[in-house]
Design a protein around this ligand. Sequence first.
Ligand SMILES: Nc1ncnc2c1ncn2[C@@H]1O[C@H](COP(=O)(O)OP(=O)(O)OP(=O)(O)O)[C@@H](O)[C@H]1O
Ligand SMILES: [Mg+2]
Length: 148
Amino acid sequence: MYKHMLLPTDGSERSDKAADQAIKLAKSMGAALTAIHVTPEYPHFAYEESAVRIPASVKENFYEQSAQLSKKFLDKVTAAAGAAGVQCDAVSVHNVSPCDAIVAQAEKSGCDMIVMASHGRGQLSGLMLGSETTKVLAHSKVPVLVLR
Ligand SMILES: Nc1ncnc2c1ncn2[C@@H]1O[C@H](COP(=O)(O)OP(=O)(O)OP(=O)(O)O)[C@@H](O)[C@H]1O
Ligand SMILES: [Mg+2]
């Protein structure tokens, strides 16, 4: 029934565990995956003076390191999917809001389901759900499977 799942990953252990389950599920259903990692926008500073003091190389370095980390997180998922024989492409996007980027990507890629972990890198695992998962559940137009 579901043919194309979007798999958001933040590179955390919890996210990797969810990816393993999502890959098994995709295999059992003959579905394809698109993995997505959302990298943060370079912070905007409230005071012009602070922005002036920050050299351009710092911003370049920030984007370079974000891109490297994003590739590392996504490579883990695509390698695991490849080993399981599941078709999986990967996208890395900049956005201040991971939730907005995830919901937009689901539409752009024509995904019919989003599969993600209940929690990620955050320290407050006592909370029922992480903030991005909560927002994706609230805004997604396609079904969301939350894995624990
Ligand atoms: N930057 C991101 N890019 C892609 N997916 C993300 C990103 N951040 C979170 N996610 C997805 O959301 C899941 C839950 O993470 P979430 O951020 O909601 O909880 P958390 O990190 O435990 O808590 P917090 O609300 O403090 O961030 C992750 O396992 C991952 O699937
Ligand atoms: Mg988080």
